[in-house]
Design a protein around this ligand. Structure first.
Ligand code: CTP
Ligand code: CA
Length: 229
């Protein structure tokens, strides 16, 4: 399989990658967020560019340098990420949703900073659902034969949850990894199983996030080659 310096097997392809974690604001100074660093998404962007792809990276709240030769679109919230991904996906050969998208956002946004008041209990925070971007792009496929890849971060019953999630989301590939406060998030390394809609499962041994990224692109490139064959 051609990978990295070995061959530009993604030349002429446009790939869209979301990375990082969305932040859902409560007021001008607070938000609900998550522990995603964006490193896996950036590794996907770097490796895709190295394999010859035109890359759009939709980055949510990351503190990482822009990868060379990659189009970076910065977003904050899940709704902004959805808009940017849908726009870029219009002519994309593959879309990889590596971002940690908040499932919920505060139902109301306070225009001014929320203040505490003496002798008063805090008001509860009501949440509403965010749209499921991965399910939406999988169902609608902006282009025929577009390959859609999701990620699943699980803490328990990792594989069983992953298989159910792959079917529910309707994507082609689902990259499943086990997470915890000290596992995966912010780390330079990752370990995962790539589940495919055709039932195949590919374990990827613990290693740099680039190695997992290349294993994902191997599978995407093979599917794209089959599509145009
Ligand atoms: N995702 C998305 N839009 C959302 C939530 C998640 O596109 N509103 C994408 C993520 O980018 C990821 C995949 O869906 O690629 C799986 O995310 P995950 O949080 O594991 O799945 P959920 O369906 O949100 O299930 P859970 O209840 O386990 O969080
Ligand atoms: Ca979720």
């Amino acid at each position: 399989l051609a990978r990295g310096a070995a061959g530009p097997d993604l030349a002429g392809r446009h790939v869209v990658i979301s990375a990082g974690g969305t932040r859902e604001p409560l007021d001008p100074v607070r938000f609900l967020g998550n522990r995603s660093s964006g490193k896996q998404g950036y590794a996907l962007a770097r490796t895709a560019a190295a394999r010859g792809a035109r890359v759009t990276l939709v980055a949510a709240n990351t503190a990482l340098p822009d990868p060379a030769g990659v189009d970076v679109v910065r977003v904050g919230t899940a709704l902004q990420l959805r808009e940017a991904v849908l726009k870029a996906a219009g002519d994309a050969d593959a879309v990889v949703m590596a971002a940690a998208v908040a499932d919920f956002r505060p139902a109301v946004y306070a225009d001014g900073k929320i203040k505490k008041k003496d002798g008063q209990e805090p008001a509860p925070v009501n949440l509403v659902r965010n749209p499921d971007i991965l399910a939406e792009i999988s169902a609608e496929r902006a282009r025929e034969g577009q390959i859609v890849v999701g990620f699943a971060a699980e803490t328990d019953d990792v594989l069983a949850n992953g298989r159910t999630k792959l079917a529910r989301k309707g994507c082609d590939l689902l990259v499943v990894n086990e997470v915890g406060e000290t596992k995966t998030f912010g780390s330079e390394e990752n370990e995962a199983v790539i589940l495919a809609s055709d039932g195949t499962e590919t374990p990827v041994a613990h290693g740099p996030k680039e190695a997992l990224a290349d294993a994902i692109w191997d599978r995407v490139a093979a599917r794209l080659a089959r599509r145009t064959a």
